[in-house]
Design a protein around this ligand. Structure first.
Ligand code: SME
Length: 167
């Protein structure tokens, strides 16, 4: 049985260190990307309070095979939009720019895609391999301004750990 839980009262740096330690333990010896993303989505949900969605979108072929787009990966939360064009919404903007998007109020973000009406703020962090975006980690919160700079830094460090462990 796995019992990964954050210690009560940990500050953000310590919380994210413990999250990375658990993520490392779960993925280090496992080559299957889906299994790894599924366990990380669960860890994000267990470790981070005030979330209504936590998971992955991966760069993959469009249905026609003529373009690349973001396609829904493992997550915890309500069913979500499956395909997001590069450059569209918070996730597509992170994928297009290669930069973290920390959005205090999603209603003020032009083009935000509302998958769950409860979402008020959002953090999207690209995962890069060899300089290319291969996926994004997406966190949604029902609370405005849920995500601080420390959350962006913590998830960026997690993204670096996962770069070679997901497809
Ligand atoms: N809000 C995201 C879409 C994905 S859902 O939040 C799970 C966006 O604007 O890209």
């Amino acid at each position: 049985m796995y019992d990964f839980k954050p210690e009560a009262g940990a500050d953000p740096q310590e919380l994210y260190r413990q999250l990375r330690e658990a993520a490392d333990a779960l993925t280090a010896d496992e080559p299957d990307s889906v299994a790894n993303m599924a366990n990380i989505a669960s860890l994000l949900w267990e470790f981070l309070p005030d979330l209504n969605w936590a998971g992955f979108y991966r760069l993959a072929d469009s249905k026609s095979g003529k373009a690349r787009e973001l396609v829904l990966g493992p997550f915890v939360g309500r069913p979500a939009c499956i395909r997001i064009p590069i450059g569209v919404g918070v996730c597509g903007t992170a994928a297009a720019s290669g930069e973290t998007q920390r959005v205090a109020d999603v209603h003020a973000f032009a083009g935000h895609i509302a998958c769950d009406a409860a979402s008020q703020s959002e953090l999207v962090v690209p995962i890069k391999r060899g300089g290319e975006v291969i996926a994004v980690i997406d966190l949604d919160s029902p609370r405005r301004s849920r995500f601080a700079e420390a959350d962006a830094e913590g998830i960026e460090a997690l993204a670096r750990l996962l770069a070679d462990r997901i497809g």
